[in-house]
Design a protein around this ligand. Structure first.
Ligand code: PRX
Length: 660
């Protein structure tokens, strides 16, 4: 953690802190009493929140059952339907005409769904899926672009108790197939395609390729018509969404599911080659995601317009697009496109158009906008923005200050500045945690540029040393979670041993997050990045081992080592060092071939930025690859201590080649 420590030394000198305005604090949803209540009675606090944010069909009798640790049961005995909570109950309460989703298509086409319309759409999808034989507990793979049908599909699954497994549209056919197989999915919901940078981009062919080899469990593929590009048709499997969903009945009674009924599986990269199917269940997940959205973003559903830019293929798009905003009855924007198409001001045009008040995005996007220049957002009226969120990777203080000054302080196109810029909420959490774990309360916390601040009320975060002892203020170590929390993962699909081993074996009785962190002198938390073999590229989690395995699977590669190298825009970038097999030729072609190979096996996001062909990899005498040294070379630094290498000259050569 040398790098991390030196970064922190800089951060520790951060003396800027910004408190909420009196006005903001006076109208905030959450005040400091949340911390006091949670501290006095943690379980009582969560029981209160559970009854506040959800309408339970049957109330729970016990808040937490930890007897089967580390598999928790929350809100035991409670019965609840997530889709009913996200939809029907708002209509019943007289809010059927409130907008649930303002959809902005990639080509500028728009659709609006009120709560009444979204409820009807989900009921149709629920009926359609049931008519295709999907029953409670069955798994449904979802491979869709950012279109309302993605949310409709997820909620329809939740409604009938089917377990969705959303696979990011940027993953390849191979990655999709391995996820379909692992979860034994019965149904796949996809689209013909979408658009990327104004051009058609297909999805259905990847599904066809994924299902080409026999031996899968899929009985039906439902296809949304989105970009209308021609597509192959498999009569045995394929059905158009328009034919099965749009023709289905709008009557569908939600069934109450047990609080611990599985809600979804979401695959994420770990430290081995095989992605982990993170399992979340119903009650606890919905409670914590809904409660944290409300508090962290100061959500006033009657007046706010919320926009989270995350794709539904990632956990942020699950918790804070598909579930929490709707459970809270909020109005949200959903955008299918990318931030640079049709122009680099499209995000700010959307904020101005819909008067977005709560914006949630990732540091990599903020850094990209910084690079494009402040003139672009300065040309729009962003005065509606009240709270600005960030997630996915550590946010550097420069990006944080830019977000505040350029976006948060914008009081209109005329260049006027707000006296009180929108507060920034940096939220730390993971696929595994389901919801925010570390984040400020915008009406309470004095925020510092770059710090995620403090644990969410009711959450026990700590930083410990190698021995698992708490470190003091001003000190760093490993981030752990000491007590179970409502939206915690309930396991890894089909692999209970790996669940224990991965998260619970490093420190006795504590959940180990895999991140390094440090307390500053005030006891505020700073995240320092992963301490394991997980990379973070544009806020997307990638495993070094998974990419190494993919490279080694190529017939021209003998050995491979992959590292995440610092990148000014994407946070980290994938850099691969490969040894070719005897017969293979070096050169541009092999580099392109290997990059494309990884793109095909895992997905374009995993393509290495650089592939360097090397004669040898730096190994210790016991044969362990020293990735730390490769990282130094990849980042253009002086290579660190290479004295434990079997052959120190290997590194000199690599560093030289890298500089070229
Ligand atoms: O390293 C942390 C980083 O992202 C990891 C979790 O990745 P994933 O499961 O894909 O979920 C991302 C969205 C919740 C963490 O282990 N991370 C996430 N948020 C932050 C962060 N690092 C620093 N600051 C954050 N706010």
């Amino acid at each position: 953690m040398t790098d991390a420590t030196s970064t922190l030394d800089n951060l520790m000198h951060e003396e800027r802190a910004f408190g909420p305005s009196a006005d903001f604090a006076a109208n905030a949803v959450a005040d400091a009493s949340r911390y006091e209540r949670a501290k006095a009675d943690r379980l009582g606090y969560w029981a209160d929140r559970a009854r506040e944010v959800l309408t339970w069909d049957t109330d729970f009798t016990e808040t937490l059952d930890w007897s089967d640790a580390p598999v928790a049961k929350w809100f035991v005995g409670g019965k609840v339907n997530a889709a009913y909570n996200a939809l029907d109950r708002h209509v019943e309460a007289g809010n059927g005409d409130r907008v649930a989703i303002y959809f902005e298509g990639a080509l500028g086409d728009t659709t609006t769904y009120t709560y009444a319309e979204l409820t009807a759409a989900v009921k149709k999808a629920a009926n359609a899926f049931e008519s295709l034989g999907v029953a409670k507990g069955d798994r449904v793979a979802v491979y869709l672009p950012m279109i309302p049908e993605a949310v409709i599909t997820m909620l329809a699954c939740a409604r009938i108790g089917a377990v969705h497994s959303v696979v990011f549209g940027g993953f390849s056919a191979d990655a999709l197939r391995s996820r379909i197989d692992d979860a034994e999915a019965k149904l796949v919901v996809t689209a013909d395609g979408t658009w990327r940078r104004g051009k058609p981009s297909s999805l259905k062919p990847a599904v066809d390729a994924a299902l080409a080899a026999p031996g899968h469990t899929v009985e039906n593929v439902v296809v949304v018509k989105r970009n209308s590009e021609p597509t192959e048709w498999n009569d045995g499997l394929d059905k158009w969404w328009n034919d099965v969903v749009l023709t289905a009945s709008e009557d569908h009674a939600p069934v109450a599911h047990d609080s611990e009924h599985p809600l979804f599986i979401l695959y994420t990269s770990g430290t081995t080659g095989k992605p982990k199917g993170i399992l979340h269940t119903t009650g606890g997940y919905i409670v914590q995601s809904a409660a944290t959205l409300k508090d962290t973003f100061d959500l006033h559903p009657e007046t706010d317009v919320y926009w989270c830019t995350a794709d539904v293929g990632w956990v942020t798009g699950h918790s804070y697009v598909a579930y929490a905003p709707l459970v809270n009855g909020a109005t949200q924007v959903m955008f299918e496109g990318t931030p640079d198409t049709p122009h680099q001001g499209i995000w700010w045009e959307i904020v101005e158009k819909y008067k977005v008040s709560l914006l949630y995005t990732a540091p990599t996007a903020i850094r990209t906008c910084m690079k494009w220049g402040r003139e672009i957002p300065d040309g729009y009226d962003l005065s509606s923005l009240r709270v600005l969120g960030t997630v996915g990777e550590p946010i550097n203080p420069e990006a944080w200050m830019w977000y505040r000054d350029v976006i948060g302080a914008n009081a209109g196109k005329n260049g006027e500045k707000k006296e009180h810029p929108a507060p920034i909420v940096d939220t730390w959490w993971q696929t595994e945690t389901g919801s925010h774990m570390i984040a400020p309360l915008p009406g309470v916390t004095h925020t510092k540029p770059g710090s995620a601040q403090v644990a969410v009320p009711g959450i026990s975060i700590d930083i410990v040393d190698e021995m698992g002892e708490s470190v003091g203020d001003g000190e760093g170590g490993y981030l752990v979670i000491r007590d179970p929390w409502p939206s915690m993962l309930r396991g890894i699909w089909g692999d209970p041993e790996r669940f224990k081993e991965t998260y619970w074996s490093r420190f006795d009785g504590m959940y180990f997050a895999g991140d390094g962190a440090k307390y500053d002198e005030d006891g505020d938390l700073w995240l320092l990045g992963r301490v394991d073999d997980v990379m973070n590229v544009s806020g997307h989690r990638l495993s070094t081992t998974e990419i190494e395995s993919s490279l080694v699977a190529h017939d021209k590669v003998a050995e491979a080592a992959v590292v995440g190298a610092k990148d000014a825009t994407t946070g980290e970038a994938v850099v691969a060092f490969v040894i070719l097999r005897g017969s293979a030729e070096e050169g541009e072609d092999i580099v392109t071939e290997l990059r494309n190979h990884v793109g095909k096996q895992i997905g374009p996001i995993a393509k290495p930025r650089h592939v360097l062909v090397v004669p040898e990899l730096p190994k210790t005498r016991s044969g362990k690859i020293m990735r730390r040294l490769l990282k130094d070379a990849a980042e253009g630094r002086e290579v660190g201590d290479a004295s434990t290498l079997a052959d120190p000259s290997v590194m000199t050569k690599i560093a030289e080649d890298m500089r070229k």
